[in-house]
Design a protein around this ligand. Structure first.
Ligand code: PBG
Length: 330
């Protein structure tokens, strides 16, 4: 029996070179950003139980690890600090000798070429674990923005290349941009968490930073992070962040939000970042540990699909592993 039409789609899938010619999306180490966690002290590399293969680094060992990762092509890191001096107002976020500014200075001193980003949010510094200051039982937007712009300045003065506000307060991108410019930091980029969803997939991260929000009427972050049901709202956030001076827009989490990545990419002509979060990473690790998934294959497919959806850059805990794999494909 003859096949009824001349077109046969399988011809283009018939060999590795043919598949290569037709491949629409690619992964490259240039596109990967490695989120890294910090701790105080010297010679510290503390394993994070909820994130296999991830650690909290003291500044000295952070520098060493970043130097190794540079060799495999990881040229951008995103730093997350924490503090033992938590307070309701999160004031320790402004300490110029805190974990994050100290790490930024160490990295810029030893690895001046490394592109260093820092998280801007109060949750590691507040006793209640929220990303903002609580006034009259609410996470107060404007008082929080006031803190965030000061925090961004502390990091800028330490030499950071990008600040990444992850808090979802209204107007914080514009406020940070204005405050940085006013102090002469016109060259510091802003990576805006444009569409950060109130997601359960941050669970392992909150374990890493001990930032799970406490109970009461404030048991979750739904008054500032977005409803997972919404996509148009992400486009509105994107328009605001563009107008406020963001340099790139982020969608977070990534794997379950591919439609949002695609929609944002089409609607705003800024680079789009996607954050493959702790829960996405931990799920793949846990399944692989049970022998139910091939971790290497899951890593590559998940990241490639985030690229296919339109992400220009991806924050992922797999960054060094993925870069190594790209350097020596099997
Ligand atoms: C909070 C913040 C979170 C993450 C990055 N910044 C968690 C939260 O919103 O509670 C999550 C990262 C991850 O899960 O990998 N400012």
């Amino acid at each position: 029996m003859t096949y009824p039409i001349p077109q046969r789609n399988r011809r283009l899938r018939s060999s590795t070179p043919n598949r290569g010619l037709c491949r629409e999306s690619h992964l490259h180490p240039d596109q990967l950003i490695y989120p890294m966690f910090l701790c105080d002290g010297h010679g510290q590399q503390q394993p994070i139980l909820t994130l296999p293969g991830q650690y909290r680094w003291s500044a000295d060992l952070l520098v060493e690890r970043c130097a190794e990762n540079w060799e495999v092509g990881i040229h951008t890191v995103n730093l997350f600090g924490t503090s033992t001096e938590k307070s309701p107002g999160g004031e320790s976020a402004l300490n110029p000798d805190g974990m994050v500014p100290t790490a930024i200075r160490a990295l810029k001193h030893h690895l001046p070429e490394l592109n260093v980003q820092s998280d801007i949010a109060l949750d590691p510094y507040t006793t209640h674990g929220h990303d903002g200051i609580i006034i009259n039982g609410r996470v107060d937007n404007d008082a929080t923005v006031d803190m965030l712009q000061k925090m961004a300045l502390v990091h800028a003065e330490a030499g950071v290349d990008w600040v990444a506000p992850s808090d979802m307060m209204d107007g914080r991108v514009g406020a940070i941009r204005h405050f940085l410019d006013m102090h002469g930091h016109i060259h510091v980029n802003i990576l805006a968490y444009t569409a950060k969803y109130a997601s359960c997939f941050y669970g392992p991260f909150r374990g890493a930073l001990e930032t799970a929000p406490l109970g009461g009427g404030l048991a979750d972050k739904k008054t500032y992070q977005m409803d997972p049901a919404n996509r148009r709202e992400a486009l509105r956030e994107g328009r605001f962040d563009l107008a406020e001076g963001a340099d790139a827009l982020m969608v977070k989490p990534a794997g379950h939000y591919l439609d949002v990545i695609m929609a944002l990419k089409k609607s705003v002509d800024l680079p789009v970042a996607a954050y493959q979060v702790s829960g996405e990473y931990a799920m793949m690790h846990a399944a692989a540990e049970k022998g139910w998934l091939d971790l290497d294959a899951a890593m590559e497919e998940s990241l490639l699909c985030i690229r296919r959806a339109g992400a220009d850059m991806i924050l992922t805990y797999f960054a060094p592993d993925m870069a190594r794999k790209l350097n020596s494909p099997s």
